[in-house]
Design a protein around this ligand. Structure first.
Ligand SMILES: Nc1ncnc2c1ncn2[C@@H]1O[C@H](COP(=O)(O)OP(=O)(O)OP(=O)(O)O)[C@@H](O)[C@H]1O
Ligand SMILES: [Mg+2]
Length: 240
């Protein structure tokens, strides 16, 4: 593990009535400890998982639009307010890594295409990321450029991946986790089942550790797969 803790510099916040300081857990935030090389952020939409991941990426000096330290391409909204109010504790510090954001991956692919470097595709499976499907391009990135002493911040990597490819991603993480650290915001009930990972739940007024089987993602998916007709009957009840 490299990143050990994120601490909130709360006393430097002057006005906590606006985003991101008004997110419920942020109001009570003191610090978050990383306890394993694979950590998941889970929680309902809009609970602030990306907000924290972006802030960490900002502090790692990764481009908050997505990418690594070297990828200085620009897209709108490439800023993290919370990043100015957190401190990262490292042991040891690493500079390598990548911040994957689904929203900006397209721009990242275009950025790589525009580089003059003849070896520009070496880390991405040998061809333009635009000439690979969404899921293929993600897996190319993971397989060809991830590894070593590095930290990877992934925001919903499952967005492009079939269930089978989500398993492939788990295998890639397994092969790398002795040397690399992963922090992953996800809604995938598959990825969340990664063995011995720490799962932090953002649903409440404090970020709390949660077991895989206690996540809403696991519970709802299991309930649906076991008896879709019951779940749908309940959901559509008033329509009859
Ligand atoms: N730039 C912004 N300005 C104002 N509010 C914002 C901004 N970005 C996000 N928010 C709000 O902050 C809250 C947390 O957003 P965030 O994107 O961190 O959620 P999330 O947990 O990643 O959600 P999801 O699971 O849908 O990706 C949401 O209510 C969102 O509308
Ligand atoms: Mg998000």
């Amino acid at each position: 593990m490299y990143l050990k803790r994120v601490s909130y510099l709360k006393n430097q916040v002057l006005d906590s009535s606006n985003y991101p300081f008004n997110i419920p857990w942020v109001e009570n935030f003191e610090s978050l400890d990383f306890r394993s090389n694979v950590t998941f952020f889970v929680g309902e939409n809009g609970t602030g998982k990306s907000t924290l991941l972006e802030a960490i990426a900002d502090k790692c000096e990764f481009n908050v639009a997505g990418g690594s330290r070297n990828n200085l391409f620009e897209v709108a909204k490439a800023e993290s307010v919370l990043g100015d109010y957190i401190r990262l504790s490292w042991s040891p510090k690493v500079n390598r890594g990548f911040f994957l954001r689904a929203e900006t991956f397209y721009h990242f692919a275009s950025y790589i295409d525009a580089l003059e470097d003849p070896n520009k595709y070496a880390a991405y499976g040998g061809k333009s990321l635009h000439h690979q499907s969404h899921g293929e391009s993600y897996l190319s990135l993971f397989m060809n450029s991830f590894g070593g002493k590095a930290i990877y911040l992934l925001d919903e990597p499952e967005a492009a991946l079939s269930p089978l490819r989500q398993l492939s991603l788990m295998k890639i993480i397994k092969d790398l986790e002795n040397e690399s650290q992963f922090i992953i915001a996800t809604h995938s009930p598959i990825l969340l089942g990664y063995p011995n990972a720490t799962i932090y739940n953002f649903d409440h007024a404090k970020i709390e550790m949660i077991r895989y089987e206690e996540t809403m993602h696991y519970i709802l998916t299991k309930r649906f797969i076991e008896a879709p007709e019951l779940v749908l009957k309940e959901l559509f009840r008033d329509d009859d």
